[in-house]
Design a protein around this ligand. Structure first.
Ligand SMILES: Nc1ncnc2c1ncn2[C@@H]1O[C@H](COP(=O)(O)OP(=O)(O)OP(=O)(O)O)[C@@H](O)[C@H]1O
Length: 255
């Protein structure tokens, strides 16, 4: 399933948050969205997910979600949002309950995502026993359990230390290599954007407009940390964002 975002404009009272965003996210593609603080990145994700209605414009789902999808547009947040009193298994089970699935199907789905995210040995463990990186792995497994068409990822690695972030990036790369998931990935971190994005969309300061879309043709599994081409793209992205970030810093919140 593809997502087509057409002429998306959003306002909160007199605050113009984003203006005329046009973007297609194709099946199997990771589109990273970067931009200065407050330019509307999280709002864009909420609009895509249907949590809020845009002031103007539309978001079209083109094609069919995967067979058995319970929730075509599924979020992954930076704070993991796991229930402390449920085990890893129980946390994943939670998103499958209430959909009319039988126990055998729920068990099958949980075993499947645990194995796909290499968490099978941690099924009976509670979140408090896990590191931040492992908690986010569980959150990713939970998102996959509902069979999403598009993952909506809001700074999923930003709560993690830099080493854990590297490890989780590797995880996401190998997951994408195995099953080409589709994602809209919001991040402040340009290194993450160039490692994981097929395209990087740069938003201007508020009201966020698309300033540039940079396509990265190096296959995702071949993007090493020290790749000079990626480093060059990352520098270009920063040059595009620098002025916007400086102005955004001085921008007041009352429009
Ligand atoms: N529900 C709301 N009501 C009013 N204003 C809001 C609401 N949600 C967000 N805003 C404002 O809209 C603007 C965009 O917010 P948003 O969180 O989407 O930006 P962002 O680019 O994700 O920011 P950051 O990078 O700091 O996370 C901000 O000025 C924010 O204060």
């Amino acid at each position: 399933m593809d997502l087509e975002i057409r002429h998306l404009t959003h306002r909160y009272d007199s605050l113009d948050v984003m203006r005329d965003i046009n973007l297609t996210i194709s099946s199997g593609e990771i589109v990273c969205v970067v931009g200065p603080s407050g330019c509307g990145k999280s709002t864009l994700l909420r609009l895509i997910g249907g949590l809020e209605q845009p002031t103007e414009g539309e978001i079209l789902q083109v094609g069919r979600p995967p067979e058995g999808s319970l929730n075509p547009l599924t979020y992954i947040f930076q704070d993991f949002a796991l229930l402390p009193w449920r085990t890893v298994w129980g946390n994943i089970s939670l998103v499958l309950e209430g959909h009319g699935l039988g126990k055998a199907e729920i068990d099958r789905r949980i075993s499947d995502v645990l194995s796909r995210t290499r968490l099978s040995d941690f099924a009976a463990v509670y979140p408090r026993q896990l590191s931040g990186g492992m908690k986010q792995r569980v959150a990713i497994a939970r998102a996959l359990a509902v069979g999403p068409a598009v993952l909506l990822m809001d700074e999923p690695l930003s709560a993690l230390d830099s080493q854990t972030r590297e490890l989780l990036m590797d995880d996401l790369v190998s997951l994408w290599e195995r099953e080409q998931f589709t994602a809209c990935y919001i991040t402040h971190n340009l290194n993450e954007a160039v490692r994981l994005g097929h395209r990087v969309v740069v938003l201007s300061r508020r009201p966020g407009e698309i300033r540039e879309t940079v396509e990265i043709t190096i296959p995702i599994p071949e993007r090493s940390v020290d790749n000079p081409h990626l480093a060059r793209i990352q520098r270009q992205l920063w040059e595009m964002m620098r002025e916007e970030a400086l102005s955004a810093d001085r921008q007041l919140n009352d429009a």
